[in-house]
Design a protein around this ligand. Structure first.
Ligand SMILES: *Cc1c(COP(=O)(O)O)cnc(C)c1O
Length: 436
């Protein structure tokens, strides 16, 4: 499979180059290019097809040339000791839970696959990689868990001191080993700036094999296509009308991955892009005008994105054709009040806790079903475990959701972090001390 930049089809790289580089040299995002038609294989799948079998099938088409069939099998085994879970609400709405991985959010699928793939590429070689990443919370914990214990890879995570939740801080700082947590005396913006400055320093890059694991990596996007296929396999026998996925969206990686699954032959009829008040994509779908804005704070804070980077991939996929995109994607936005109300309503009716991001999806999905009662099967992606957002749940529903066992165990672990001032000099000193 050929990998090219969104900005220039002539910039063509291997999967390995795409994941170690992150961003294309021309500033574009890497995308799979060319005809991949797996429809016949998708149609053979059924309820008994495991998530791991689907992962192996698609991974094989991308990576077999580079790592062989055994390499593909090793990647899938290392990446996915966890799977999605499908539930049905009383009104027929399907909820695909994507939070049964180590950090209890869907980002585990991407981070875990990227980590396993990088480890495979570095297997038996003397090459090393140092992953440098800044986090305001969720992404960092998924990356930390995913890369923990990976051979030939070190991870350095910068987070703003006092500005991540206590539980998130534990997720970042209690692993030890090859995961180094730097507690920066500054803001998230300081952390991001420091990482950027480190990447731009030619001497540092020459001395240390720095690489990134951020959300625009193709290695994080590809595995997110697998669960759309798995959902189809699970529901295939009960499908009569349309199959529609409702995706709570911020940076639009999750939705873009679904579009790729469709492009490769998944029988899906359409997508519903559900946002909070940060609604530049629903607005584009309404008006044809893409107008980025500073983000606003909402209860579904992992979706507070004013300039979604994967929009560039979406445009590329639809050849910048607004009508084509609209034919496949509906947009909707949900305000803060309705988000909290939906969390309460789902608890009252189903005795089920959902996180605020999932609530945005459920609210938009219910509206769509009300307007189109005969639509068919609607699957909402549940993006995080409700216990990750205790404060919001307490406000919306009046109780704290039960913590999963992984998160209970965290509470007793000891935090190990190094406190540094918000300067590039401090970061460089740390990197040189540890990795040169
Ligand atoms: C990252 C995230 C989202 C948004 O996903 P995108 O791929 O950025 O659209 C939604 N919910 C949760 C819990 C997240 O962590």
């Amino acid at each position: 499979m050929k990998i090219v930049s969104t900005r220039n089809p002539e910039v063509s790289v291997s999967f390995k180059e795409a994941i170690f580089q992150g961003l294309a040299p021309d500033g574009g995002l890497y995308v799979p290019e060319g005809e991949l038609n797996l429809r016949n294989e998708f149609l053979k799948m059924n309820k008994n097809t495991t998530f791991q079998e689907i992962a192996a099938l698609v991974t094989g088409h991308f990576l077999q040339d580079e790592v062989g069939a055994e390499g593909v099998a090793r990647i899938v085994k290392a990446a996915f000791p966890f799977s999605p879970v499908m539930r049905t609400l009383k009104d027929g709405l399907k909820i695909m839970e994507l939070f049964h991985g180590p950090s209890c959010a869907f980002k585990d699928f991407g981070a875990s696959f990227l980590a396993a793939t990088m480890e495979e590429y570095l297997r038996g070689s003397s090459e090393k990689a140092v992953i440098l990443t800044a986090t305001s919370g969720d992404t960092g914990s998924a990356v930390a868990q995913a890369f923990h214990g990976k051979k030939n890879i070190e991870v350095v995570i910068l987070y703003p001191s006092g500005r991540v939740s206590p539980l998130q801080e534990k997720q970042l700082t209690t692993l030890g080993g090859n995961v180094h947590a730097l507690e920066v005396q500054g803001s998230f913006d300081d952390c991001q700036r420091m990482v950027k400055e480190a990447f731009q320093d030619p001497e540092l890059s020459k001395a240390i094999p720095l690489t990134s694991a951020n959300s625009i990596s193709l290695g994080r996007l590809l595995p997110q296509s697998f669960y759309y296929l798995w959902a189809f396999a699970q529901l295939k026998e009960e499908l009569s009308e349309d199959l529609v996925f409702c995706v709570p969206s911020g940076n639009f990686g999750n939705l873009t991955a679904g579009l790729y699954a469709w492009k490769w032959g998944l029988p899906v009829n359409s997508f519903l892009a559900a946002t909070n008040r940060n609604d530049v994509v629903p607005e584009y779908l309404d008006s044809g005008i893409f107008q980025v804005r500073p983000s606003v704070l909402t209860p579904s804070n992992a979706m507070d994105v004013g300039n979604p980077s994967n929009f560039e991939r979406m445009e590329h996929l639809f050849q910048k054709n607004w009508s084509l995109m609209r034919a496949m994607i509906r947009g909707d936005r949900v305000n803060d009040e309705d988000t909290l109300e939906t969390m309460k309503d789902v608890w009252d009716r189903e005795k089920m806790d959902i996180c605020p991001h999932t609530a945005v999806g459920v609210n938009a999905a219910r509206k769509l079903l009300k307007e189109n009662p005969d639509l068919g099967t609607l699957v909402v992606l549940a993006t995080a475990h409700p216990a990750k957002f205790l404060e919001v749940a307490e406000k919306a529903v009046g109780h704290k959701p039960k913590l999963p066992p992984e998160m209970i165990a965290l509470q007793d672990k000891v935090k190990i972090s190094e406190i540094i001032p918000p300067t590039k000099a401090a970061l460089s000193a740390f990197l040189i001390r540890h990795f040169v």
